[in-house]
Every structure is written in C-alpha cells, then in structure tokens.
Design a protein around this ligand. Structure first.
Ligand code: PEP
Ligand code: CO
Length: 395
C-alpha cells in the first residue's frame, strides 16, 4: 500500500510490519484480490472513533493506578452468522450483572471491554487439520476462512475482511447506541490479521496513528515476538494495547516488550494479560511482575487460555482451574506490591455447556448439550456470575 506520510516522531508507518517475519498470517492465493480489498478498507469508515480510543486510555490509566477495575470478556471468536443486536444486549446485561458485585466489593468503577466488533481472527497451534485421510488448512476465524471442512471453505479469502469490517461497524454502532444511560462498553480484539489492521490505521491532526479497527488491541501469546511483525505494527499505533503473557514468556523478554511498546511510559497504554495456567502461575508470575516493576502498566488475569485441555477429542476447561488461577493471581499480585487490575474471560451470556463444573456440566458427556463455540470453550452466563461470587474474598 502507498502511504507516503511518515510518523513525525519515529518514521513509523502502518506498513512497517511487512519488513518483519509474521507468525500466524494466512497466505492468500490471489494477490490482486488481496490488494483490492486493502484499498477498499483503507477508504472505509473507522470501526470506532479516535476520540473514544483516547477516552479508554484514560480509564485504563485509572486501572493501572488501582482506581478502576478492568472486566474484559466475550466470545473466543465472533462469527458472521451472529445475531448482533441480540448478542450485544445480552452481553451488556451480563457485564452489568458481573460489574455490580465487583463495584460493591472493591469500591472501584468497572471498565467494560468486550471481545467484540473485530474478534474474528484466531491463532492456531496446528496449521492444518486432519480428518480421516483428508488434510486441510486449519480454520483461522471467519475473517480468514470458513469452518466447513472442505477445500473451498478453508481457502483464505480476502473478501472476508470486508464482511468482518461491515459486521464490526454494525456491532460497534449497536454498542454505542446501547451506552445511553449505561456504562460504555469498549471493543477489543487480538490484532492478528495485519493486512486488515494496516488498512484501518488512520492518522489524527497531530500526526499520531491509531488503529481504528477497535478501541483496545492485544498481542496474542503466539505473536508477541520482539522482532516480529505484530510488535512492529502495534508499537506504532497510539491505542491502549495488551500483551498476552503465557508460560513461554521469559522475564527479560517481557521487560524488552514493555520498553518497546511503552517507551514513553504512558499510563493506560499497556495492559499485561497473564495466562499462565493454574499449575504454572505460582512458579512463573513473581518473576514477570519483577520484570515490569516500576512501570505504569496494568496487570490483569486471563484464566482461560492457560487452562485448556483436550478430552475425548474436545477442548474443555474446568471451572475450578479457572477460579484457582484468578485467586492465585490476586494473591501473588498483592504479595508482590502489584495492583491486580482485572479479569479477562471467554464467556457467553447464553446457556452454553463448554466448561466443566461451577454449576455447569458435571461430566464430559454433558458438554454435548450446547457446545457451540467456534473456537475455545467459554464460561456460560451463570458460570461467569458464579466466578465473581466465588471471588468475593479475593477481589
Ligand atoms: C485468545 O485470547 O483467544 C487467545 C488466542 O489467547 P492467547 O493468545 O493468550 O492464546
Ligand atoms: Co480463545
């Protein structure tokens, strides 16, 4: 893409990531079709207004300082057949129901950030999927390819970016309309599909670049390489951003990422999202806290992604492990003089049966009843509310 204007401070441009190795990106068969889609998106409306992105940074600065609590959650992946108005209304009600006891317990205002209006691209551990003798590319989220197990469905199609953008604009508008009289719900997603993110980068009057695909963007645990393309993109946009911190993240690598992504030490800029797993959090978290000591980052816990199991061919998560990791995170944070800033959950307001325990399915066989996720298992609405109740002594 042709973007002649450079960043006034660093020479950063939205296409700079192209000079670096990129993990997890699809290979599109038709380069001309891809370029045509990028041009259309570069001329398209932002999904969210820049002014709102700045407002979220202020709220997140309060989280970092211990004056507000970040509740981030939603589906693992959105789908093109989601019923938007209904989903937004139900998710907003779940956020409200969870926020009330958190606010009562902590005295801190809850900042609501949904995995929504752009959470379409999924990193995958395996690049292909085998069924019987047939091997096809893995499903990577509706913005990239289709879930159906056929060659045409699994071929990456750039037109899907246009559909994702249209759905995201509609979802963000629905969220914005729902905020009258209620707390705002901000949007967030993993900044995985860089051609899409680049095309939606916009410059403000002061010359700063913003990702307008969502308010808050995060780096996934598989795409946070210091010398990689995803870091090279996110370092240049002014949005508040997150980094998933998994078991493979060494403390010195974290320190280098914090320097790189928040060199100006802007409160609210950087949220570190711990997803070590219930079995590893105790051993690994204190050193990660130490690596970012003295920096104005927010720390929150994602107790979902370090606690995924595969049983009888199906991904599941256990409520008890999830609760355990959250409790450990809060205890270790306080012991280490760190503000525990909030929680990041994969959750659905619907009565899905994807996680075991916590009042939901008791046995693996019970998961069949309503196992509907496009990717990872989510807490259902009752399990998510119960988690907040069970954290009463923790928060
Ligand atoms: C996710 O949040 O959906 C995800 C893939 O997380 P992680 O990068 O932490 O594995
Ligand atoms: Co997930």
């Amino acid at each position: 893409m042709n973007r002649p204007i450079t960043h006034p401070l660093t020479g950063w441009r939205p296409d700079r990531w192209r000079d670096f190795p990129a993990e997890q990106l699809p290979t599109y068969g038709d380069a001309d079709a891809l370029a045509a889609v990028e041009r259309r998106l570069a001329a398209a409306a932002p999904v969210v207004p820049i002014a709102e992105i700045g407002a979220l940074e202020q709220r997140l600065a309060a989280v970092a300082a211990g004056r507000a609590f970040l509740l981030q959650g939603g589906d693992c992946a959105e789908n093109f057949d989601d019923a938007i108005a209904q989903r937004v209304a139900r998710l907003a009600r779940l956020f409200d129901a969870m926020a009330a006891p958190i606010e009562a317990r902590t005295g801190r205002a809850v900042v609501r950030v949904a995995r929504l209006a752009g959470q379409f691209a999924k990193p995958r551990s395996a690049s292909s999927e085998q069924r019987g003798r047939i091997e096809l590319p893995a499903y990577r989220g509706d913005i990239i390819n289709g879930q159906g197990f056929s060659g045409p469905e699994r071929a990456p199609d750039p037109e899907r970016m246009i559909q994702a953008h249209i759905q995201s604009v509609g979802t963000a508008a629905t969220l914005a309309a729902a905020r009258h009289g209620c707390a705002p719900i901000y949007t967030s997603h993993e900044a995985l599909l860089l051609p899409y993110e680049e095309a939606l980068a916009r410059r403000d009057a002061d010359g700063r670049w913003w990702a307008t695909s969502g308010h808050f963007l995060w780096l996934g645990d598989r795409t946070r390489q210091l010398e990689g393309a995803h870091v090279a993109f996110l370092e240049g946009v002014a949005n508040p951003i997150g980094v998933k911190c998994g078991p493979g993240l060494a403390p010195d690598a974290l320190a280098a990422l914090v320097d790189r992504l928040d060199p100006a030490e802007r409160p609210g800029r950087l949220t570190l999202i711990v997803r070590l797993g219930a079995d590893r959090v105790e051993a690994q978290l204190p050193a990660l806290f130490a690596a970012a000591r003295g920096r104005a980052v927010s720390w929150i816990v994602d107790p979902m992604h370090g606690n995924t199991e595969k049983v009888e061919g199906r991904k599941l998560r256990r409520y008890d492990r999830i609760l355990h990791e959250v409790r450990s995170f809060f205890r270790l944070a306080r012991a280490g003089g760190v503000v525990p800033g909030g929680i990041h959950l994969e959750m659905s307001p619907d009565a899905v049966t994807e996680c075991l325990g916590g009042g939901g399915p008791a046995a693996v066989a019970d998961l069949d009843r309503a196992y509907r996720t496009a990717c990872d298992p989510r807490l259902n609405g009752d399990q998510a509310l119960r988690l907040i109740t069970d954290l009463e002594q923790t928060l």
